[in-house]
Design a protein around this ligand. Structure first.
Ligand code: ADP
Length: 637
């Protein structure tokens, strides 16, 4: 609103309108008048006013009705009601309907001015609060978007770095290896920081989803302690577990783990002698459990005991210089603890050590409308008993974002496919082994373990390596994906149609047999791997004789045939196929390194589906040509 303050006076008495126009005008306000409610509401709809002074008794539309309309059109406009027949009831009613105040006629003008001033003050405070809220919302949104944008390149850096460290691109010198390790460890730290910022912004915006399940606290704690032990050992301090009772918790396992890793991590970081004791205690009515992380480290000054839980707050500047860190860890811990219905306490003596104690409900109770995610159909364990026929049509989706899981699940609604979701890579891998789904969709950017390493695990385990993987990611890195054996890519945001098309395609391949015939062993096994990754059943032959034998016995749907082979060559194989009516359905794709004469090409074109010249294209290109061709062959079949 501009600096000029606009007041609308609504009154059916001409005298009052004139009086207020004159008096308020003299005080520097801009005054507009309306002779009844209807006229007033029209003016409010057409223009912005700071204040309305409205009579209650008016013809056409009375003051109370007008008030209601004004509040719905311009909620930020403050309304002061006036009447000559004031009763408590009308006063109460007008306040209920959103009036700021109530004055009785005849006016005491000074009183009216002071009400107007107060109303203006309230209005400007309200506007300030609203704009701060908006700013805060924008900040959270910005942080969330930014960290997402930052994670994308970070994951690429780490992904490629790991591939190089795994010597996928060749041997490394010692110096190169050291440098790469530095790059990766710094990139990981940066990613951790970005993830922390993302967590904080989600928590602050109340958008952190929870996944509740029953689990053994003892197992969880042992897992965390096992994980952290190496760190303690490096610093020659102890990490022990005390009073480890077997308690069944209903809570969010991943979040609790995150809290404990943070607390124990801090304890190790700030302790150089002695060690860390972890203990748990169930209260007498078994409703709450206390988890404590006690260290013998540097301790925390009393004046910092409360502030270190605030975002970006650390202890002394000197501590920060010595130990680094960003001051987000404990802020996340505190917010997560509260999200899990618990509280956190700190006792510390400078120079002697600190004890962080979590008090958590054994069974989390959610507030009405709480945003915990408990959609059973998304939680995978409920599918563990699916029978084998179901499994065949089951798609396993691995994504840390419940929204995406829900979206995928919804996309499959009414299709022939069943859906199982996993929120973490580890859960996904174990479900893949258990369920043997017919395909897996995978997100690349996930906090604890990224998609690349999940692909590697899946592709290196004989139980899962044949399951086609479709990457569903905001990050487009097809070359890396395909080099790791991924079947397909869908870029988020994806469309249901695209997803179903991919699935149908993979599904159609499932019982298609492809025979790869090539005497070049390396090429042959490479082709086999790529085709298998796509879901085909793959056979192989290394010469024409073997090929004919396989073709007759196994009746493959498609034969990828090399022309130049010793003894029985591709031409011979092709001819035999042609002559045998039982093999009419077999489709042949010729791969040749030989440049063909016009005549040869003519013959082959009549008999084969497609001819590819090996020397002319890279292997990947050849494969994509073959894949494209195969899908059209399937459609025809
Ligand atoms: P960061 O460690 O990244 O700075 P945190 O929020 O985890 O952020 O911790 C905030 C500060 O609290 C630390 O900088 C440190 O000064 C203090 N602090 C946390 N845990 C301990 C501990 N176990 N012993 C001593 N000081 C601690």
């Amino acid at each position: 609103m501009s600096n000029l303050i606009k007041i609308l006076v609504m009154d059916d008495e001409q005298g009052i309108r004139d009086l207020l126009s004159y008096e308020l005008g003299a005080r520097g306000y801009m005054v507009i008048t309306a002779a009844n409610g209807e006229e007033g509401v029209k003016k409010i709809a057409a223009d912005k006013f700071n204040i309305v002074i409205s009579d209650i008794k008016m013809p056409k539309l009375d003051g109370l009705e007008a008030l209601e309309r004004i509040k719905s059109i311009a909620p930020e406009t403050e309304v002061i009601m006036t009447t000559g027949f004031a009763t408590i009831d009308t006063a109460i009613e007008s306040m209920k309907k959103g009036a700021y105040d109530f004055v009785t006629k005849p006016y005491n003008l000074d009183e009216l001015y002071s009400r107007i001033e107060k109303a203006l003050e309230k209005q400007s405070l309200g506007l300030e609060v609203a704009s701060l809220k908006e700013l805060n919302r924008m900040k959270s949104e910005f942080l969330a978007n930014m960290s997402h944008e930052l994670r994308t390149p970070m994951n690429a850096i780490i992904g490629y770095g790991s591939l190089m460290l795994d010597k996928l691109y060749g041997e490394l010198t010692e110096q190169q290896e050291t440098a790469l390790k530095r790059i990766n460890s710094n990139a990981n730290n940066l990613l951790q920081l970005i993830n922390n910022i993302l967590d904080i912004s989600k928590l602050s915006a109340g958008k952190m989803p929870l996944y509740l399940e029953d689990f053994s606290l003892k197992e969880l704690v042992e897992e965390v302690v096992d994980m952290m032990e190496a760190l303690a050992r490096e610093k020659h301090i102890f990490l022990t577990l005390e009073n480890c009772a077997d308690i069944e918790l209903c809570s969010d396992k991943t979040r609790l783990k995150q809290i404990l890793i943070n607390l124990i991590g801090n304890a190790i970081k700030f302790t150089s002698q002695g060690g860390i004791t972890f203990s748990m205690l169930l209260d007498s009515d078994a409703k709450q459990v206390m988890l404590s992380v006690k260290d013998t480290g540097i301790g925390i000054k009393p004046e910092h005991v409360n502030t270190i839980f605030e975002e970006f707050r650390q202890g002394d500047a000197s501590t920060t210089r010595e130990y680094g860190g960003t001051g987000l860890g404990l802020a996340i811990v505190k917010k997560l603890t509260e999200l899990l219905g618990g509280t956190i306490q700190l006792e510390s003596v400078r120079g002697q050590g600190s004890t962080f104690s979590l008090l958590l409900p054994v069974k989390i109770k959610l507030k009405e409308g709480g945003d915990a995610q408990t959609d059973d159909s998304i939680i995978a364990s409920s599918f563990a008993n699916a029978n084998s026929e179901e499994r065949q049509k089951t798609l396993l989706a691995i994504d840390d974002d419940p929204e995406v899981l829900k979206l995928l699940k919804d996309s499959l609604f009414d299709s022939e496919y069943k859906f199982v979701g996993a929120l973490t890579g580890d859960e996904g891998i174990s479900l893949a082994k258990q369920l043997r789904p017919f395909a897996i969709t995978l997100d690349i950017l996930m906090p604890h373990r990224d998609g690349w390493s999940i692909i590697q695990s899946l592709k290196s385990d004989p139980q899962t390596w044949g399951i086609p993987i479709i990457i569903v990611s905001i990050m487009e890195n097809k070359p890396l994906g395909f080099s790791l054996g991924v079947s397909d890519y869908i870029v988020k945001p994806f469309e249901r149609k695209a997803l179903l098309e991919r699935l149908h395609y993979l599904d159609a391949l499932r019982d298609k047999k492809v025979l790869v015939v090539d005497d070049d062993e390396e090429l042959n096994s490479f082709m086999q791997m790529l085709l298998r990754n796509d879901g085909y059943e793959v056979l192989s032959a290394y010469n024409g004789e073997q090929a004919l034998e396989q073709i007759e016995k196994q009746k493959p749907d498609i034969v990828l045939l090399d022309l130049m082979m010793p003894l029985v060559d591709g031409f011979d194989v092709l001819e035999k196929i042609q002559m045998n009516p039982a093999l009419e359905e077999v489709r042949v794709i010729i791969m040749t390194a030989k440049s063909l004469t016009k005549e040869e090409a003519g013959i082959l074109h009549q008999r084969a589906e497609l001819i590819i010249e090996k020397g002319s294209k890279s292997l990947k290109e050849i494969l994509s040509v073959i894949k494209r061709r195969l899908s059209s062959v399937q459609e025809k079949a």
